[in-house]
Ligand binder design. Structure first.
Ligand code: HEC
Length: 134
């Protein structure tokens, strides 16, 4: 216990002496540019390409029509995740929809088919999409 106080005391003395010369680097590192989109500005997430599904999504054309927290041509992935629990049956249905394309669940705009994808790759992408709960 005494040691902790001693360390704290030293830290306080040091920072007091440091006075006006606060390091500028820590402050500037904290500022990142927020996206201009007002509806999603606070929570906009980006695709994690270290995940199998994320990498596939980034490699394919998905992001031309989908974003995680913003609706563009297709529904935002957060809405898809909110609508479907990540059950095997849902993952199967959605993966097949990605392969075949189609409309009707979110409106009259159709998703393009992706016949070149394998079902297992489509499932990886869907699993990743369904992880974007609010
Ligand atoms: C041409 C634009 C477009 C592209 C490219 C696209 N999508 Fe879609 N996506 C849509 C639209 C539009 C819908 C809504 C379809 C509907 O209403 O049923 C949709 C719906 C979805 C859904 C939900 C399906 C449902 O039945 O609820 C998933 C999952 C999805 N897309 C994943 C993907 C993935 C993964 C890719 C990339 C391989 C992709 N999309 C590429 C436009 C697109």
């Amino acid at each position: 216990m005494k040691k902790v106080f001693a360390v704290l005391f030293v830290a306080v003395v040091f920072s007091a002496c440091g006075g006006g010369s606060k390091s500028g680097s820590a402050d500037s590192a904290a500022t990142t540019t927020a996206p201009a989109d007002s509806s999603a500005a606070t929570t906009a997430r980006s695709i994690d390409t270290t995940k199998v599904g994320g990498k596939l999504i980034a490699k394919n054309d998905c992001l031309a029509c989908h974003k995680i927290d913003t609706k563009i041509i297709g529904p935002k992935y957060a809405d898809v995740a909110a609508k479907y629990p990540a059950t095997d049956a849902n993952i199967d249905t959605l993966a097949n929809k990605v392969l075949k394309g189609g409309k009707g669940q979110w409106g009259d705009i159709a998703m393009a088919p992706h016949p070149a994808l394998s079902l297992s790759d489509a499932k990886e992408m869907v699993k990743y999409i369904l992880s974007f709960k609010k």
